[in-house]
Design a protein around this ligand. Structure first.
Ligand code: MLT
Length: 399
C-alpha cells in the first residue's frame, strides 16, 4: 500500500489548527492569562429563535412514525431549494433553476470536494493571501505544480490582476468576495473583467461568496451571477455559517448552472454524480433550520446578528487605527486586516499580541507569502470581549 504522497507537500498542520495549538500551549503555561480569541472566524451569537423553533418542530416530526424522514434527497429537499432560489437569486433578477442548486454541509467541504470533477492537470489560479483550503485541497489533488499565484497587495486594494495576454491561462480561477482574509469587496465592473476573461479562455471561476451577507451596499454584487455572462463560466459557493450562525450546525450550497459545459459535458451532471455517490445529504432538521432563515422573522433576526458582527468589525477597525495601525476591511466583512509594525513577522507579532495583550489573531503569512507583514482579527466575538481586546491593544501599542 502506498499513501497519497501529495499530502506530504502540505504544511504540517492546517492554519487554524496551528493557531489553536499555540493558543492552548500559551494558556497552559500562563494559567492566569485572560485570553481573547479574535482568530478563527467562528460565530459566537446563538442561533436565532426562528431557526431554533423550526428545529424543535423538525425533531418532533422525526419522533413520529407518520412524519419521520429517512435519507434526505442528496441535492436537498424542494422546500429549502425553492427558498434559496427565490430569495437569493430570482428576487435579485438572477434566473437559475432549482436543479442548479446543491445543498451541502458547508462551503468549506464544497470548496475542497469540487476539485473532484476537474482533471488533475488543470492550471489553477489562486490569490495570495487566501483562505488556505483552496491551496491545500489542490495540493491534495495533485495540482501543486499547476498553481498560479495571483499576488494581492495594498497597492491594488488586494484585488488580483487579470492575467495579461502573455500570462499562462488558468483553467480554474478561485475568487472570494468579500474576501477572506483581507475584507476587500469587488465591484461589478471588476468582476465583469474576470467573467469576460473566463468566458474568452474557457476557464471556470469558483466564486466563494460565503461572506456576501456582510454587504449592505446595493451597488456591490453579492452573487457572481449578477454579472452578465457568469452563468456560462462560474460556480458559486455559499454558506449559512456566517450568514445565520450555522458554523456548528453545518449547511451551505453550491450553484452549478447548466450552461457550464466543458469537454461537451455539463459540470452540473458531474457534480450531481459526485454528490449522489459521496454525500448523503443534509439532515432534515438542518434543512428545516435553513428554511427558517428565509422566513420574515428569520430574516429580521439574522440581520440583527449580522449588524452586531459588522459593528464589532467597525469597532476593531477604528480601535486599531487609533492605536496607530494601518488597517483594511472591516466594512462589508467581519475581518480586519492589519498591517503589523516594522521589525515583526506575522508569527512574531502573533506572539507579541498574545503575550502582551493576551489577544489571539491569525498571522497573515498563514494565508500565503503575500500575507507576511499582516495579521487578521475577526468581528465574530462578543461585544464585551471585542472592546476589551481593543482597549488592551491600544494600551500597549498606541504611542
Ligand atoms: C476563517 O477563520 O477563515 C474561517 O472561519 C474558516 C472557515 O470558514 O472555514
Amino acid at each position: 500500500m502506498k499513501i497519497n504522497k501529495n499530502f506530504l507537500d502540505l504544511e504540517e498542520s492546517y492554519l487554524f489548527s496551528t493557531v489553536n495549538k499555540k493558543t492552548r500551549e500559551f494558556a497552559a503555561s500562563h494559567p492566569d492569562a485572560d485570553i481573547i480569541k479574535l482568530s478563527i472566524g467562528d460565530v459566537t451569537r446563538p442561533l436565532c429563535p426562528a431557526v431554533i423553533d423550526a428545529m424543535h418542530k423538525a425533531v418532533d416530526e422525526m419522533a413520529d412514525e407518520k412524519t419521520f424522514r429517512g435519507y434526505p434527497p442528496e441535492q436537498g429537499y424542494d422546500f429549502i431549494l425553492e427558498k434559496i432560489l427565490e430569495h437569493d437569486y430570482i428576487k435579485r433578477g438572477i434566473n437559475l433553476t432549482k436543479d442548479e442548486i446543491f445543498l451541502s454541509d458547508g462551503a468549506k467541504s464544497d470548496c475542497g470536494n469540487i476539485g473532484d470533477i476537474f482533471a488533475t492537470d488543470n492550471t489553477v489560479a489562486i490569490c495570495d493571501p487566501v483562505y488556505p483550503v483552496y491551496i491545500d485541497t489542490n495540493i491534495m489533488n495533485g495540482r501543486k505544480d499547476k498553481i498560479i499565484i495571483l499576488p494581492c497587495s495594498a497597492e491594488t486594494e488586494f484585488l488580483p490582476a487579470i492575467p495579461g495576454e502573455n500570462d499562462k491561462v488558468p483553467d480554474i480561477i478561485y475568487l472570494c468576495f468579500p474576501n477572506n482574509p483581507t475584507g476587500t469587496v469587488a465591484s461589478k465592473a471588476y468582476l465583469k473583467k474576470w467573467v469576460d476573461y473566463a468566458n474568452k479562455h474557457h476557464s471556470v471561476i469558483l466564486y466563494d461568496s460565503a461572506y456576501e451577507a456582510f454587504i449592505t451596499d446595493p451597488e456591490i454584487p453579492k452573487s457572481i451571477y449578477e454579472i452578465e455572462g457568469a452563468e456560462s463560466c462560474a460556480i458559486e459557493l455559499r454558506s449559512f455559517s456566517k450568514t445565520a450562525g450555522f458554523t456548528g450546525l453545518r449547511c451551505g450550497y453550491t450553484v452549478v448552472p447548466h450552461k457550464l459545459v466543458f469537454d461537451n459535458v455539463e459540470l452540473n451532471s458531474l457534480w450531481r454524480r459526485r454528490q449522489s455517490t459521496k454525500f448523503n445529504g443534509v439532515s432534515y432538521i438542518t434543512q428545516r433550520a435553513a428554511e427558517a432563515v428565509y422566513s420574515s422573522e428569520g430574516q429580521k433576526q439574522i440581520q440583527e446578528n449580522l449588524s452586531f458582527y459588522r459593528e464589532n468589525a467597525e469597532l476593531i477597525f477604528k480601535g486599531v487605527t487609533e492605536a496607530g495601525f494601518k488597517a483594511f476591511g472591516g466594512k462589508y466583512s467581519p475581518y480586519v486586516w492589519l498591517k503589523i509594525p516594522e521589525g515583526f513577522t506575522s508569527w512574531s507579532f502573533f506572539d507579541e499580541l498574545l503575550v502582551k495583550c493576551n489577544v489571539v489573531g491569525t498571522p497573515g503569512s498563514g494565508f500565503g507569502k503575500m500575507g507576511e507583514g499582516y495579521l487578521r482579527l475577526t468581528g465574530f466575538g462578543s461585544r464585551e470581549r471585542t472592546i476589551e481586546a481593543i482597549e488592551r491593544i491600544k494600551k500597549i501599542f498606541a504611542k
